[in-house]
Each structure stands twice: as structure tokens, then as C-alpha cells.
Design a protein around this ligand. Structure first.
Ligand code: C2E
Ligand code: CA
Ligand code: CA
Length: 756
């Protein structure tokens, strides 16, 4: 949960960071655009003002000239022709086309010799009303030279000076204005013009897009504009009219002039000289695209930077998510991967079960009997190799809808599907076969796989079902006759019984419920008692007696066996001592030591001390160790040596049952070989007898004393005699006897003589 919060927290930081970067970029580009726009407006204003000053200067000079001639005519109306003649000298130097004078009736004559009626001309009418006037650009009338002209006119007053008596005028090429307006700004993209307050165009700069048009306000209202912007345009025109009526300056944006996409920004300012008829306005304009052009490089950089930031952020976030993902995967694999096999572990089995609920199948718990011994005698590396081989076999056998996982050590869990119990058994048999091939490859002792099986209708509770499978496996633990057991086989009466036995063990030791029975051994040739084996019995407080087969495997599983073996050993020692003291002819008694007990504490030192405390000579006690214990050769060989040093005779028990390791006979220095009952039972069968013969010979050649166990018939005895077997233990001579019987009948010399 904490990790997830962290992750969310970092993501929020990244997102907030990105938002901050992008907003500042947006603000930055907005302000850049604003500044550029401002700069553009300033330039427009500067250009307009500059033009106004230039125009004013020019016109003022001309005005003075015209005014001079006007007052001359006023003073000397009779010299009018001569004065017009005089004007000729100024025409060129003032840049005029011509100058002239018109009488009150409209008859005019000019410096270039034209005589014409101008009474219908606008400039004449205006100036006759007393106005100083400059016309808008218009066609030339006198000489059809083409090109637009402007006419500058002034009233000339009579002697009384009250009513104009004529008009003095100068015509000049509109180009003069144009040249004046031709200031280069914004790379020739900026243009200017002079208009009257009614919008009539007086002059346009050469590069003005309004060439051929006569009215600026009409231009703003151009017909082609879309209907939506028409309204805007008419509002703009309205605004301009009222601004110009009150002599204001200002900046405006014309969204859609003339043609779509031709938007422009313009500055308008009055040319504030009262010499002309009415106010004029100077307009400096620039297409909106210029602003875009100017902002473009900056904006491009901003965009590149933003793109770069975005990519950096994207890469950052992706990298972060990748790392995060990888970390999670690692955690998952740590949690779900078995470190040894690289396959699934139980946690993973549990998780995967969730996706398989509703599936019926067999949950199988598996391990190898005595696997510990592989580790302890061949090293952990060999043990690991064994497990890896085992894993390979299991994994190969398991299909996609099935599962296999390692639980720990040599424990595995499988989920297998089969149509029937028989089919599953066949499958397990095949698996067992393959597993039993491992030892040959790895040169280790035989492996004995054990399986517990639970059939689950649905895999909804994997832990529980695995537990059931393990319980089933416990049924055959320690047994070497079966490889698998099913949960249904669990005998609950037995389970409860075992629980009860486990719980009452300590009390039973205290209450001396464990009795020792003695099965005498006899010499094969003479049939004389030569010793006995001590066998434990559990007499319960209710009077019933349990044979060791009922409780020894349980105590071997829970470890109580060490205490029990020690107890029996102690008791046997004490009893031997007691019989010695009674003067009985005490024979050596062999005591069983479970292979499990061998791993508890220092058993040699312990047993030696017990015997010394008892004051008993070691010749009266022998020790029996089962053959399977010898699997772990290195430890056992040392133990046997030490037991020998302590004076004990060592017997190799159950030789020939299950696992026979002839090689161990040579390496482990036992004194006596006890042939298991299963070998004795071969007697009567030819090849069995051969085997028995060979084993006996081998033992004898190694100098071992041979004892035959479980001899029940005379036939067996006869055959064993021919093999020169030393001792016989079995029902043929005697069943195990109670301590009293044994003492009384076997080793009490007098009694024995009677008994014999
Ligand atoms: P074991 O050490 O092989 O002992 C011999 C077993 O074979 C005894 O069974 C004995 O009664 C039985 N037996 C002897 N002769 C014959 C025969 O002619 N026919 C048949 N059918 N059986 C015969 P028991 O007393 O039930 O003991 C069973 C096993 O329990 C022993 O096998 C031994 O492994 C274990 N055991 C007994 N006492 C002790 C003990 O004090 N400590 C340990 N660790 N194990 C013990
Ligand atoms: Ca024994
Ligand atoms: Ca035995």
C-alpha cells in the first residue's frame, strides 16, 4: 500500500511539474506575442506621426506660397494676369504641376496656359465658401495626362475682405503625397494613407493594397467579407467615424478586410492643421501576417522547447514506469520464483490456484524419502543437482492446465488432471520410474519418491488441499513398500490413536509402561542359547499391549524414538546387571537403535556413560542398527568405530530387506550380519537359496558373524546349517519372552537345565 502511494505521489509530482512547465511556456509565448504586438503598434504610431510631421511641413510651405500670391492678387486685382505669370517660376520648385487663379464666376487661367471654367469643381466651391481646401485624389481635367492629382486651393478676398472674389489654386501630382508616405517600415509590408474624416482617400503610399479605391471606410466594409465579420466591420466603421469626428487617435484591427485572411492592424491619427478644408487623418497599417511572421521564429523556438520538454517528460515518465514495472516484476518473481529451480514456489501455486478455481483435479504432495542423506553424505551441491533433475522430470510431465511448484527442501506440490484414480496411478508410476533413474546419472544412492494425493473438486483452498495431500503422504512415511497414498486411506481412528500415543509418551516412560521382551538366539549347530534381542512392548494402563510396529514408526517421525531407545538401553543394562548380581549366567543382549536416534546428540558418549554408571561390562550389551541407516556411510562408519572403541559388538540389522548395499559391508565394520526374515523366507526356492548362499559367503569372507532372523521351520534351520550360519533367532526356537520368563527359563542356570 505504501509503495503504491509513493508511486502515485511521484506521478502527481511529474504531472504537476509538466503542467507548470507548459503553463510557463504558454505564458512566455503569450507575453512574447504581446510584446511584439506592442512593438508593432509603437512602430505604426511612429510611422504615422513621422508622416504627419512631413506632410504638415510640406503643406505648410505650399500654403504660405499660395497665401502670399492670394494677398498679392487681393491687393492688386488688376495685375492678376501678371501675378499668375509670376507664379510659373515657383511651379517646378514647389513640385506643382501648375498653379492658377479662378475668378468668382469660375473662369480660371493657369501657369501652363489653360483657360477653363472650374465653377463646378469641388475645390472652387469650397474655397469660394472661404475654406482652405485640398481635394482627394482625382482625375486631372485640364491636360489628359493620366495619373491622379490633388488640388490645393485658397480663397482670395476682395478689397473689403469679406467675401471671396476668387480662388487661387495649385495642382500637384498625387505621386508627391505618395512619395511622402513611402516610408519603409516592416520590410515594405507596412503601408500608409491620408484620408478625410469621411473616409475619402487623399493619398496612398505606393505599396498600399488599397490602390484604385477611393474610400477607406468603404474598404473596411468591403463586400466580400463573410456575413459574421460584416457586423464587426460595420461596428469598426462606426467607431472610426465617431473617433475621427472628435479628433482622436487610436489603433484598430480590421479582421476581414476585403478578402478573407487579409486582416490588418492600423493606427490612425489626425493631421491637425487648420489650413485644409476639414480634418485629415493619417493611417499607418500593417497586415496581421507580419505579426505572425515576426512571432513565428520565437514561437517556433518555444514550440521546439515545449516539444523537447514534452519528450523529456515522456521519456522520464516512461523510464520511471519501466523501472517501477521492473521492480514490481522482480518483487513478484522474488515472491513467486523458487530460487533453486527457477520455477514456481508455493506462493505462486497458491496464486495460480485462484485462476483455476472450479477446476477439479488431484493435488499431489511429493518428497523423497531420506533425501537428507543425499545432502549430508554427498554435499549440498549434489543435493541441489538431484532436486533440479527431479524438477525437470516433474515439469516435463505437467501440462499447461496443470501445475507444479517446489514447496521447500525436497517437497513439491503438483496439481494433476486425470480421468480416474487408475489413470493418475499410472502417471505416478511413470514419474516414479523416471525419478528412479536419477541416482544412476548422478551417482548417488537410490531415491524413493513418496506421493500423497487429495482429489479436489475445485482448487479454491490450495493450502488446505495441500495439507490433506501431505497427511496422505504421512501414511506411507518411513515405509518402503509404497510410493503413494490417497487421502481417503487415512484411517482417522488410527490418526486419533497416534495423537493419543504421542500425547501419552512421556507419561508412559514415567509410569514404566514400556516393557522389554527378550527373544533368545541360539547357536545353529548346537541349538544352545547364546544371547537375546531386546524388543520393546507397550503395556497400556488399560492392560492392552502394543507391539513396536504400532508405535515405533510414529516415534521415529516425531523424534521420541531417541528417548525410547535410550530408555530401553538403560533398562536392559540395569536388568543385565541385576541378573549378574543374582548369579545368573548372563548372555549378551542386543539392543535396537533406530537410525533416527543416531542423529540425536552424541549417542556413543551417552550410551557409554549409561553403561559405566550401571557398572556393566560392555560385553553384555550389543547394538543393532538397521541397514538403511548405513546409507549415510561417512557418519555411520565413524559411529561404528567409536561404538567399537567403547567395547560394543555391532550388529547390522535387517540385512536383505529392501535396500541391500553389499558395498557397505566392506566399508562399515560391523561384527555381525543379521539376515532379514525376507531372505530366510527364500529358503525352498532355488535362486533364493543361491542368493542367500552368496550373501552368507560374502559375509563370512569379510569375517562377519552370521545370524539368521525369523527362522520358523526345521527346513530353514537345516539349510542354514549347511551354510554354516552361526546363530538362529526365530519362532522355531522361541518367540520373544517376557523379562521374567527369559530370566527364569533361559539364563537361570538351574532352571535352564530343567528347561533344556
Ligand atoms: P527387528 O529388530 O527385526 O526385531 C525382530 C522382530 O521380528 C521382532 O518383532 C520379533 O518378534 C520378530 N520375529 C522374531 N522371530 C520371528 C519369526 O520367526 N517369525 C516372525 N514372523 N517374526 C519374528 P517385534 O518385536 O514386533 O519388533 C518389530 C521391530 O520393532 C523390530 O524388528 C525392531 O526394528 C523394532 N523394535 C523393537 N524393539 C525396539 C527398540 O527397543 N528400539 C527400536 N529402535 N526398535 C525396536
Ligand atoms: Ca533388531
Ligand atoms: Ca531384524
Amino acid at each position: 500500500m505504501g509503495k503504491r502511494n509513493n508511486k502515485r505521489y511521484s506521478l502527481v509530482i511529474i504531472i504537476v511539474g509538466l503542467v507548470i512547465v507548459f503553463t510557463s511556456l504558454a505564458i512566455c509565448s503569450f507575453s512574447i506575442r504581446n510584446n511584439l504586438e506592442k512593438e508593432m503598434e509603437d512602430t505604426l504610431r511612429d510611422v504615422a506621426v513621422q508622416n504627419v510631421v512631413a506632410i504638415n511641413d510640406e503643406i505648410y510651405v505650399q500654403y504660405k506660397l499660395l497665401l502670399g500670391f492670394a494677398s498679392e492678387i487681393q491687393e492688386h486685382p488688376e495685375r492678376e494676369k501678371e501675378i499668375v505669370q509670376n507664379m510659373t517660376a515657383f511651379v517646378e520648385s514647389y513640385g506643382f504641376k501648375r498653379m492658377g487663379y479662378a475668378h468668382g464666376d469660375g473662369m480660371a487661367h493657369t501657369t501652363d496656359g489653360y483657360n477653363a471654367d472650374v465653377s463646378d469643381r469641388n475645390f472652387f466651391q469650397q474655397s469660394m465658401e472661404g475654406k482652405v481646401w485640398i481635394t482627394a485624389a482625382q482625375e486631372e481635367q485640364f491636360a489628359q495626362t493620366g495619373g491622379a492629382i490633388n488640388v490645393f486651393s485658397l480663397p482670395v478676398y476682395g478689397g473689403d475682405g469679406e467675401e471671396p472674389t476668387g480662388v487661387i489654386f495649385a495642382t500637384y501630382d498625387n505621386e508627391i503625397f505618395q512619395d511622402m508616405l513611402d516610408i519603409d517600415f516592416f520590410n515594405k509590408q507596412g503601408s500608409s494613407c491620408i484620408i478625410k474624416t469621411d473616409g475619402d482617400i487623399i493619398a496612398l503610399s505606393n505599396n498600399s493594397p488599397m490602390q484604385g479605391e477611393t474610400n477607406f471606410l468603404t474598404h473596411l466594409m468591403a463586400e466580400q467579407v463573410a456575413s459574421a465579420s460584416k457586423k464587426k466591420s460595420s461596428e469598426l466603421v462606426q467607431k472610426m467615424r465617431s473617433a475621427m469626428a472628435s479628433g482622436k487617435s487610436g489603433i484598430e484591427r480590421c479582421e476581414e478586410a476585403h478578402e478573407a485572411g487579409h486582416a490588418f492592424i492600423f493606427y490612425y491619427t489626425p493631421i491637425n492643421e487648420n489650413i485644409y478644408g476639414g480634418q485629415w487623418y493619417m493611417i499607418a497599417a500593417v497586415p496581421e501576417t507580419v505579426l505572425a511572421q515576426r512571432t513565428a521564429p520565437v514561437m517556433r523556438n518555444v514550440r521546439i522547447f515545449a516539444g523537447f520538454m514534452f519528450v523529456v517528460a515522456l521519456v522520464g515518465v516512461s523510464f520511471y514506469l519501466y523501472i517501477e514495472r521492473k521492480r514490481k516484476d522482480e518483487l513478484v518473481s522474488l515472491a513467486y520464483e523458487d530460487t533453486l529451480t527457477g520455477g514456481y514456489n508455493f506462493a505462486c501455486f497458491r496464486e495460480s490456484s485462484k485462476t483455476r478455481t472450479g477446476l477439479a483435479g488431484y493435488v499431489v504432495a511429493m518428497d523423497l524419502a531420506e533425501f537428507k542423506l543425499v545432502n549430508s553424505s554427498f554435499g549440498v551441491q549434489k543435493g541441489d543437482e538431484t532436486l533440479l533433475e527431479l524438477w525437470k522430470i516433474l515439469r516435463e510431465d505437467v501440462s499447461d492446465t496443470e501445475m507444479v511448484a517446489r514447496v521447500n527442501a525436497d517437497r513439491f506440490v503438483l496439481f494433476l488432471k486425470a480421468e480416474s484414480k487408475e489413470e493418475l496411478e499410472e502417471r505416478l508410476d511413470r514419474l516414479i520410474e523416471r525419478i528412479e533413474e536419477i541416482p544412476q546419472r548422478l551417482k548417488i544412492p537410490a531415491l524413493f519418491p513418496v506421493f500423497g494425493v487429495y482429489y479436489a473438486q475445485s482448487l479454491d483452498e490450495p493450502d488446505k488441499y495441500y495439507g490433506f495431500a501431505v497427511q496422505a503422504k504421512q501414511l506411507i512415511k518411513g515405509r518402503r513398500d509404497r510410493h503413494y497414498a490417497f487421502y481417503e486411506e487415512i484411517d482417522y481412528k488410527r490418526v486419533l490413536e497416534e495423537k493419543e500415543m504421542e500425547n501419552s509418551f512421556s507419561k508412559a516412560i514415567e509410569d514404566e509402561e514400556f516393557e522389554i521382551w527378550y527373544q533368545p538366539k541360539f547357536s545353529a549347530q548346537e541349538g544352545e542359547a547364546i544371547g537375546a534381542e531386546a524388543l520393546v512392548r507397550w503395556r497400556k494402563s488399560n492392560g492392552s499391549m502394543l507391539s513396536p510396529g504400532r508405535f515405533i514408526p510414529l516415534f521415529e517421525r516425531n523424534g521420541s524414538i531417541a528417548a525410547l531407545d535410550e530408555y530401553i538401553f538403560r533398562k536392559v543394562c540395569a536388568q543385565q546387571k541385576a541378573w549378574l548380581e543374582k548369579g545368573y549366567e548372563v548372555l549378551p543382549v542386543s539392543v535396537n537403535i533406530s537410525r533416527v536416534s543416531l542423529y540425536f546428540g552424541d549417542i556413543v558418549e551417552n550410551y557409554e556413560k549409561i553403561m559405566a554408571d550401571c557398572g556393566l561390562d560392555s560385553k553384555y550389551i550389543q547394538l543393532e542398527i538397521t541397514e538403511s541407516a548405513t546409507v549415510d556411510n561417512t557418519d555411520i562408519a565413524g559411529l561404528i568405530e567409536r561404538f567399537h572403541k567403547a567395547g560394543f559388538i555391532m550388529l547390522l540389522d535387517d540385512f536383505g530387506s529392501g535396500y541391500s548395499s553389499l558395498a557397505s559391508l566392506n566399508t562399515l565394520h560391523f561384527d555381525t550380519l543379521k539376515l532379514d526374515k525376507s531372505l530366510i523366507d527364500f529358503i525352498g526356492d532355488e535362486s533364493g537359496e543361491k542368493l542367500l548362499e552368496h550373501i552368507t559367503k560374502l559375509g563370512q569372507s569379510l569375517g562377519l558373524h552370521i545370524t539368521a532372523e525369523g527362522v520358523e521351520t526345521e527346513n530353514q534351520l537345516v539349510f542354514l546349517k549347511t551354510l554354516c550360519c552361526d546363530d538362529i533367532q526365530g519362532y522355531y526356537f522361541s518367540k520373544p519372552l517376557s523379562m521374567e520368563e527369559y530370566g527364569k527359563n533361559i539364563i537361570n542356570v538351574e532352571a535352564r537345565q530343567m528347561f533344556g
